[in-house]
Design a binder for this molecule. Sequence first.
Ligand code: ATP
Length: 367
Amino acid sequence: MARVSVDSLRKTYDRGSIVAVDDLNLDIEDGEFITVVGPSGCGKTTTLRMLAGLEEPSGGTITIGDEDVTDVHAKNRDVAMVFQNYALYPHKTVFENMEFGLRMSTDFDESERERRVVEAAEMMGIADLLEDKPDELSGGQKQRVALGRAIVREPDLFLFDEPLSNLDASLRTEMRAEIQRIQDELGITAVYVTHDQEEAMTMGDRMVILNHGILQQTGPPTDVYENPVNRFVGGFVGSPSMNFVDVDVERTGDGIRLLGPGDRFQFDLSTAYVDRHAGELSADRYTLGIRPENVSVADGTADNTVRTTVEVVEPVGSDNYLHVDIAEDFIVRVESTITPETGEQVTLTFSESDLHLFDRDRGVDIF
Ligand code: ATP
């Protein structure tokens, strides 16, 4: 088990013209499960490969446990990595695949190797597959073998690079739970890279959000979901995405009215809200963010409402997504029993406590 510390970590390619990871600082607690998420090319894999020792940093340090491992070769780090494509040897049996890493070291005699492989295979539910070759296995079974091979090493740190991307939806759900169970049982510190924000939300004790190689935010998934520090995080975390409306501020005596483009959106902030945020509400314009699940179709009693036109009704099982004419891609998530016609007018309402106001120029959350 180990604490991991990443200080000012940087990786550039092509003589510095590509900055893959930019001044990353991150402390990971002993036994913590961290998910790393972000759009394609944001530096997730590069970060993971530097932790594994497969990529040399251009700057900064990595400490695992008490040891500065920045210049330590991959094979001398107590780290096990699980890849998306399983990376199994096709001509070796499951047993041989799982045993292979242990054979590379003189620390394990035959009986110790066998003990570890059998124990890991039992843990992964693949004890009856030990004599099979990889091409006799399903995708889910192959990934269990890859996990088992990581476990036998009893590493200080588990690194996962999108391990479930090749599996179908139901297997992914099953394997997510399995990986969490194993990590929990073994208490090994884990860093799990995924492009799937739902995976990042459900699996991690803490999530790390990267964009353009820069750390945007880190925190428990619920905190990040509720308090995104900027527009990028607000839009990236949550599905369907947070809605955004560019609003201008109209000051009316004590009050503040937020006006969207083309008179399609108007919302009065309460005086209590304005008083509470008096110091921060100084700009003349913001980008307002509101999540689809925080908007509802108003009953007759709501007083601060927005009237709009339904453009598309998208059924997604238990819910309907109403695409409405407030702003581009503005979605309202409602129960499937609410089924307005396309072109119908609806009255929407939401609580001001669910609003996010972002600095329109810098995209940074105001509060
Ligand atoms: P994905 O989700 O698509 O796997 P990622 O977040 O893992 O993306 P990285 O693979 O870490 O992103 O890449 C980060 C940036 O570094 C990208 O711009 C990528 O093109 C660049 N990059 C990665 N490896 C190299 C390399 N060997 N040579 C040049 N540029 C590279």
